[in-house]
Design a protein around this ligand. Sequence first.
Ligand code: BGC
Length: 388
Amino acid sequence: MKRKLLSMVLATAMVATALVGCGSSEEAAAPAEETTTEAAAEEEAPAEDTAAEEAPAEDAAAGGGKVGVAMPTKDLQRWNQDGSNMQAELEAAGYEVDLQYASNDIATQVSQIENMINSGCELLVIASIDGDSLGTVLEQAKEKNIPVIAYDRLIMNSDAVTYYATFDNYMVGTKQGEYIKDQLDLDNAAGPFNIELVTGDPGDNNARYFFGGAMDVLQPYIDEGKLVVKSGQVDFETVATANWATEAAQTRMDGIISANYADGTKLDAVMCSNDSTALGVTNSLEANYTGEWPIITGQDCDIANVKNMIDGKQSMSIFKDTRTLASKVVEMVDAIMQGGEAPVNDTETYDNGTGVIPSFLCEPVFADVNNYKELLIDSGYYTEADLQ
Ligand code: BGC
């Protein structure tokens, strides 16, 4: 592994990362529009065909080293942003990048990672599709001493995982739960209020943290009867949504509405763990529900959902600035490639089954119709035109 970076490049990169540090959403590292231009990378293109071919900036070339970046899918807006932000920043810091998307297909992701290992990647950054399916392929990484950073989603039951970088997933859930609690004024209002629950993919470790965080806030009110889940669907497996798919959330909501709310019964809130599921719920409500519009939570500030917030169809979302996470990961990559230790701020929370993985948790930010302009437009994440 080449570990030397020209000091100028390093200094520039460090200033850039400091500016876009975790918890801040102020600075624009890469405009969001660039995220739609990853055309070639999605399918099982061999490693050499990825966008990493472009020559790195002159000075930066001294950084050296090839980094594999494995992303789950292009279907969701955020992963496109994560991938392109990371590619741009890694290249600016002098690394060659092998960026791959796996169409949410586990076998594809495994073979992409295998290619990365065999084609000279010296470090892997992986946002897994299924946290439990990478153990075998990562044994090969471990044999070759290739460090692995789990990106956004923890890779489970593999001792090849060196670091984890994510947003505070539990906090995402508590912010969603607190929002519902505050909006319904659960501590003072008589209620009862009707609520339904929609979370994410059971193979995504994050989903349990999101759901757990929200339920730690909401469960006491369910227990005392102030919140009522009319469908009776409350346990994680039942309220999970395979692949976080909008269509699956919509279909499940169709069934819930026709069985419980078709007679005009008011639905007061739907706790959705992210925006793709919130979109499915919104679509279903628009088609099937005639009562007063419920509170709907979300996460990611996807364009379609921000538009829904502006239109009053979604109440809030959580903004996880992908530029922030990408910058932090580039900082971690740099530290590791230079033979040092990556910055972490949590060494207790995320045990992947082989022990606690040292983590860097970025802070998620509450977003609604009142602050979206400042968060998303003033910071350069979206343009006004994106949201029209
Ligand atoms: C991410 C969320 C995203 C979801 C679906 C989760 O692991 O943390 O931001 O909405 O996956 O892709």
